[in-house]
Design a protein around this ligand. Structure first.
Ligand code: B12
Length: 230
């Protein structure tokens, strides 16, 4: 019974169905419970939030990641699945505190100064939330000093910066320099991404990691979180 409902959650994450009114990638699913109804039902049956996350949401998202990498899924498919996971995480959040599961670290994300592209950053934020991180999204066109102020206030373990323009990626370097000048550089791991930047650029500005897509962003943060160097 427990396994059935977790398998259904996993399948509906893969299908990107939040509620029973949603269509899935396969036909004929409208009217069947989606991830939010199934998550409520699983909790009502006494299934632990940890099992729902591990065997339902995370396993589902792993498959979505594989399909994305194999080019079977495109960005809208990935977003639908990530949204389903995000909604389930909102339902689970109060129960996580009760069951003693600590949320993972906190990450501040921002698109750098002068840059209005925020679609990729938003995907990264949703996937990190889905993976259990507390994400504070500062938005787009964010000045280095605003990132410094947020690091002081929020005390995150990670800062994630996004840049899509070759004219704005320079602000990743200035933000890292500003972190150093403020004595905060060793308090946070900095990861970067966005179409303008690369692994080589990340190394050249002294970032701790680079992610080519949202799933890599999660993998890098998890690896840095556990002390690895990605
Ligand atoms: C949509 C778009 C816009 C929209 C943005 C809307 C929005 N709310 O974001 C609008 C219309 C506003 C726009 C404006 C402009 N744009 Co534009 N835009 C694009 C476009 C078509 C798609 C970008 C996108 O959303 N991709 C989809 C997302 C999912 O991908 P992504 O951002 O790369 O994010 C993924 C990864 O990079 C990674 N990632 C992203 N961020 C992060 C962060 C971290 C920490 C990590 C680990 C990973 C990570 O994970 C994400 C998810 O998988 C690109 C072309 C392209 N193919 O990239 C041009 C593009 C980026 N734009 C471009 C340009 C030139 C402009 C303008 C200057 C145009 C103009 N003359 O006005 C303005 C600049 C405005 C500004 N100041 O920012 C150029 C940039 C060229 C360059 N080398 O600098 C591009 C490449 C188009 C081109 N070929 O010329 N644009």
């Amino acid at each position: 019974m427990t396994e059935d409902i977790l398998a259904l959650i996993k399948e509906n994450v893969i299908q990107g169905r939040v509620t029973q009114g949603d269509e899935g990638l396969e036909e004929g699913m409208v009217g069947q419970p989606g991830v939010s109804e199934l998550t409520d039902k699983a909790l009502a049956q006494g299934i632990s939030p940890a099992d729902i996350i591990k065997m339902g949401l995370t396993e589902g998202m792993d498959i979505v990641g594989q399909k994305f990498e194999a080019k079977e899924y495109y960005i809208p498919d990935m977003l639908a699945s990530a949204e389903a996971v995000g909604v389930a995480m909102e339902i689970l959040e109060p129960h996580l505190a009760k069951s003693g599961i600590k949320s993972k670290g906190k990450i501040i994300v921002a698109t750098v100064k002068g840059d209005l592209h925020d679609i990729g950053k938003n995907i990264v934020s949703i996937l990190l939330r889905g993976a259990g991180y507390a994400v504070k999204d500062l938005g787009n066109d964010i000045d280095p000093q605003a990132i410094i102020a947020a690091v002081r206030e929020e005390k995150p373990q990670f800062v994630g910066m996004s840049a899509l323009l070759t004219s704005t990626m320079i602000h990743m370097r200035t933000t890292i320099q500003a972190l150093t000048e403020s004595g905060l550089r060793d308090k946070v791991k900095v990861i970067i991404g966005g179409a303008a930047v690369s692994e080589e650029f990340a190394q050249s500005i002294g970032a701790d990691g680079y992610g080519a897509d949202g799933f890599q962003a999660v993998r890098i943060v998890e690896s840095l979180d556990s002390g690895g160097d990605n």
